[in-house]
Design a protein around this ligand. Sequence first.
Ligand SMILES: *Cc1c(COP(=O)(O)O)cnc(C)c1O
Length: 403
Amino acid sequence: MTLAPNVYDAEPIPEAARAEIDRMLQSGDLFRYTAPENAPVTLLEREFAEVMGSRYALAASSCSAVLFLSLKALGLKSGARVLIPAFTFAAVPSSVVHADCVPVLCEVGENYRIDIDDFATRLEDRIDAVIVSHMRGHTSDMDAIMALCAARGIPVIEDAAHSLGTTWAGRKIGTIGRVGCFSFQSYKLVNAGEGGIMITDDPDLVARAVIMSGAYEHNWAKHMTEDDAALKAAFAHWQNKLPLYNLRMGNLSAAIIRPQLGEVARRVRDGRANHDYVAARLNTSPWLQVPNKLPREERAPDSIQFNLVGLSDDDTNAFAEAAAARGIKVQVFGMSTDNARAFWNWGFLPEAPGDLPRTRAMLMRACDVRLPARLTRDELDFVAEALTRAAGDVMGEARAYGT
Ligand SMILES: *Cc1c(COP(=O)(O)O)cnc(C)c1O
């Protein structure tokens, strides 16, 4: 019999990281600006930009840090209003508050994606910038969002923290907005414990972000790879004019991340196959429903989300207990008092988010289960079996409709 899989442990870090870390332990060369050139953080930025097909990349201490730097680099004034989806991680509105801006929330539908009608309505409410949070790697309709924002000249930041490897209409997520931000925190596709990176094609924006990330004095010169007149002019212009927030990444993190970039394609392929296999099994239960992806989206999941259908609050709690008894921990986003993905727990918001009934209803029945790419078929069967049977424990075994 297969035991309940451990869905929390990350994969081992590739062996190649070890030699590089050993070298650093010998030399003590841990700061990105000590070496005259080719520091591990600089190499990571180059490699990541190349993989994504972007002009520039800036690594930092977290995705929250690069979201914050993106907002500051856009030059948003104090009190600027930033539209974000109401279904996201608390770090996103927090980065907006950190940048001295005001988060404005829009509705998210039961497929976990931005409700475009509500987004369009709220965009009229003095919005200065948008953060599209691709929560749990679910991509909202980027064609509609980009068209609405372009028509009003509103910049779009993509929070692709959990979307490395996802594409929309063949384009890499994170390259569609003005800036794309990714996380290397341990629960994301590439694990450095902590870390983040932003990508953009905009030389002025990246120059501002580089300086504010902590490239004091002439350290910005170490971000120049070739003769880039526009970037050089931007650095010269912003020198000494911006605060230094010191959100840099250290060389040890970069050494752990770089050899994992070669693992991304496999993790995406296996994660997608695992997800789709379990999704098909969950959808055989009348009580469980995995929403379809949008047609233009190719996903890179490392977890699965599904909705409980026809269950009351009590049934929902009973389902989570039954699943736990069968060895699988299910988180219902809206059902705990402190879940950081439930907007009503964001007591730090400067402006009350108002009523968001669609998002609230979704969060009360939406379940979250981790499903890392390394799971075996037997382990996936264990997860699917535990979840469908837990629903049966609470609601009765599935019967064919219409008979
Ligand atoms: C993890 C995550 C973040 C925050 O990333 P950190 O690197 O931990 O700051 C932001 N947004 C989403 C959607 C995330 O999943």
